[in-house]
Ligand binder design. Structure first.
Ligand code: SF4
Ligand code: SF4
Ligand code: SF4
Ligand code: FES
Length: 673
């Protein structure tokens, strides 16, 4: 059980977990201790001295961001002495800061502005210092204006902790500056444009490039949602104004470094209004796609599906919501009466591994084992997992990487075990059982011939000594990884698409032909949902494409149905950690586009078997699985070896090509040459 400590802050008695710092403890009591360089979740560095507080019994004030609570501590956060120091600090910072709050885009969200107001400082009492540093605006994502920088260091710390290491301090005292390596523009410095530094910056020194005159912070409506663009399913906060998305930030509380989102999640939303956006249904007339209305399009689709019956097939991406998945399954199985419904999930995972994954939280893990996975912020394959693992390692967790190929994440590992993953897992299992961890007899016998090398022995020492080990496994290696979890820890199968786990739980997995069989065989009707990774029309008599954007495949379809994007439709998803997450409808769908399930329901009505709305209870019931961890052979599942990078890029092609991300892709290509 968590150890609690009792203390008094500004006369309020509170009880907080041992080890907490005074800024966070005070916040629990509803007391704000001014701070500029502190980032929730990271160790205080004492750079700004704004968080000074007085503690009874101590002669000098102490910095709250770096002082841990103690039983019986009596803290005063607003004594004349500390208020005077704070006012002095803000006064000094203001002497080096442009005083243009009336036009500054960050106004309303800027901590310096807030504190200047609190201390009634209209301007500085010190001589003004102007630096005139050049602005870095050479990319379409982030504008860096060092003249606004208050040298709090938050950007550099967050960038370094997540392992991107782009920003650093140069120089000393007031002359110091945050720079990139060799002071080059961000795109030439290994920046991934994740924007974590923008979220961390308390002032206007780092800002989204397109924010100028797009409304003030107080004009924005903030809505929490989830990014569905890759297997991470990151929490996001979407800011809208007049029903239009203005920006997306990581879904963490302000002043926290706890959440990460990548450039796709942060900047890909431009694609919502891209030229390629589908806003009306289309049908093929004399060889050409022509606009039509919903009634006509759905009538054609229903008729074709009715005729095809069990020879119809449905393929979908695994980035659709649970409600869409359940409705699609019902449409296929109960209305069209075909067993052929499958998703892209079957290209990289078996649904059993996703169904049998446990629930966990990476932030609680003190040891992480990555099996057969190559998460990378740079390749944008599970970038948030890469960042989260590196952050945990930076805070003391151990990392073991098991992979038959080179991985970049290995640079952060305590132990890297390169080679055949199955043999390595067998050896680890044997080493663990030899340490006295109780195991199933079949497990012991299956690993009896495994060879224990020195690094494997060390890895087993780390695992057996860990309090809360967590294994992230590629789906193909899940059974073998789960055998390790039978001995110690929890295991998660990591899918490549956002709702892979939800799709598996909802049961949108074929009872007939698989995804590959449907695209390689001849279907009477093939119905593709979402941006399925395909550019050439498969050999189907009739092709229906339901997607938010015009794709190469859609151009070859017989009917095209415009669907809403995930930001335009409400629903739920289950992330790879097993957390059910809710996505509200952030904005209205463009044009006449409709949510996937509305379209499926419309078809079911025309086919004479109207589907009812999927309820929350239904989703909840489907998501509940009772898993009984049991030994299974140490074997790798074959046929799940799609390239993660290619798959992610291709299911997001419209997002990339219809947004600022295209610049990033092209710049990265040019730099790589
Ligand atoms: S955008 Fe991301 S990678 Fe680039 S400097 Fe900021 S935190 Fe670092
Ligand atoms: S750019 Fe922003 S976050 Fe970075 S040191 Fe300057 S003020 Fe702090
Ligand atoms: S890591 Fe994946 S889920 Fe997270 S913001 Fe990026 S694309 Fe979206
Ligand atoms: S917040 Fe504590 S010193 Fe800056």
């Amino acid at each position: 059980m968590e150890e609690l400590v009792e203390l008094t802050i500004d006369g309020k008695e509170i009880e907080v977990p041992a080890g907490m710092n005074l800024i966070d403890a005070a916040e629990r009591a509803g007391i704000h201790i001014p701070n500029l360089c502190y980032l929730k979740g990271m160790k205080g560095i004492g750079a700004c001295r704004l968080c000074l507080v007085e503690i009874q019994g101590l002669k000098a004030p102490v910095i709250a961001c770096n002082t841990k609570v103690k039983d019986g501590m009596i803290v005063n956060t607003k004594t004349d002495k500390v208020q005077e120091v704070r006012k002095f600090v803000i006064d000094l910072i203001l002497s080096m800061h442009p005083l243009d709050c009336m036009t500054c885009t960050k106004a309303g969200k800027c901590n310096l502005q807030k504190y200047a107001y609190d201390f009634e400082l209209k301007e500085s009492s010190f001589t003004r210092k102007k630096f005139g540093y050049p602005t870095d605006a050479a990319n379409p994502f982030i504008m860096r204006d060092p003249d606004y920088c208050i040298l709090c260091g938050r950007c550099a710390r967050v960038c370094n902790e997540q392992g991107t290491n782009v920003l650093e301090f140069m120089g000393r005292g007031v002359e110091s500056r945050v720079i990139t390596a060799n002071d080059k523009p961000l795109q030439e410095s290994g920046c991934t444009f994740c924007g974590s530094c923008v979220d961390a910056c308390p002032v206007n020194a780092l800002l989204e490039s397109d924010r100028l005159r797009k409304g003030r912070e107080w004009n924005y409506k903030e809505i929490n949602s989830v990014c569905l663009l890759c297997g991470n399913g990151c929490d996001i906060t979407v800011s809208t104004k007049d029903g239009v998305i203005q920006k997306i930030n990581a879904g963490a509380e302000a002043g926290s470094a706890e959440k990460y989102i990548c450039a796709y999640g942060r900047f890909g939303f431009d694609c919502i209004g891209a030229e390629t956006r589908l806003t009306v249904p289309m049908k093929r007339v004399n060889g050409e796609l022509k606009d039509t209305d919903w009634q006509d399009a759905l009538a054609i689709v229903s008729e074709k599906l009715k005729q095809a019956g069990k020879e119809a097939g449905f393929i979908s991406v695994a980035g659709i919501g649970n409600e869409d998945a359940l409705t699609l399954k019902k449409l296929a199985r109960d209305v069209v009466k075909t067993k052929n419904f499958d998703t892209t999930l079957s290209l990289y995972a078996d649904s059993e591994s996703l169904r049998n994954s446990q629930a966990a939280n990476v932030d609680n893990a003190d040891l992480i084992l990555l099996v057969g996975l190559d998460p990378s912020q740079w390749k944008r394959v599970l970038p948030a997992l890469d960042a989260a693992v590196r952050r945990r390692v930076g805070r003391g967790a151990k990392l073991i990487v098991v992979n038959s190929s080179e991985t970049k994440i290995e640079e952060a590992a305590t132990i890297g075990l390169k080679g055949d993953e199955i043999s390595i897992l067998e050896s680890i299992a044997k080493a663990l059982t030899e340490k006295g961890i109780k195991a199933d007899r079949r497990l012991v016998s299956s690993v009896k011939n495994a060879e224990i090398t020195e690094p494997v022995e060390k890895a087993a020492d780390l695992i057996s000594g860990a309090r809360s080990p967590l294994i992230f496994s590629s789906p193909a290696l899940f059974n073998a990884s789960a055998n390790i979890a039978l001995l110690k820890g929890k295991v998660i199968s990591v899918g490549l698409e956002s709702n892979a786990r939800g799709i598996a739980l909802m049961g949108l997995t074929t009872e007939g032909k698989t995804y590959r069989e449907m695209i390689n065989g001849r279907m009477k009707v093939l119905y593709a949902v979402g941006e399925v990774p395909m550019v050439k029309r498969p050999d189907a008599d009739f092709l229906i494409v339901q997607n938010s954007h015009m794709t190469e495949l859609a151009k070859q379809a017989d009917v095209v149905l415009p669907s809403a994007t995930f930001l335009e439709s409400a629903g739920t998803m289950v992330d790879y950690m097993g957390r059910m997450k809710y996505l509200p409808k952030v904005i209205e769908p463009q044009g006449e586009s409709k949510s996937h399930r509305e379209i499926f329901t419309g078809i079911s009505k025309l086919m004479g078997t109207p589907l009812k709305k999927v309820t929350e209870a239904e989703v909840g019931k489907a998501a509940k699985v009772k898993t009984k961890p049991a030994f299974s052979s140490f074997v790798k599942q074959e046929g799940l070896d799609v390239s993660p990078e290619e798959l992610i890029e291709s299911v997001n092609a419209s997002v990339i090509n219809g947004s600022r991300l295209l610049w990033l892709k092209e710049t990265e290509k040019a730099i790589a040459v």
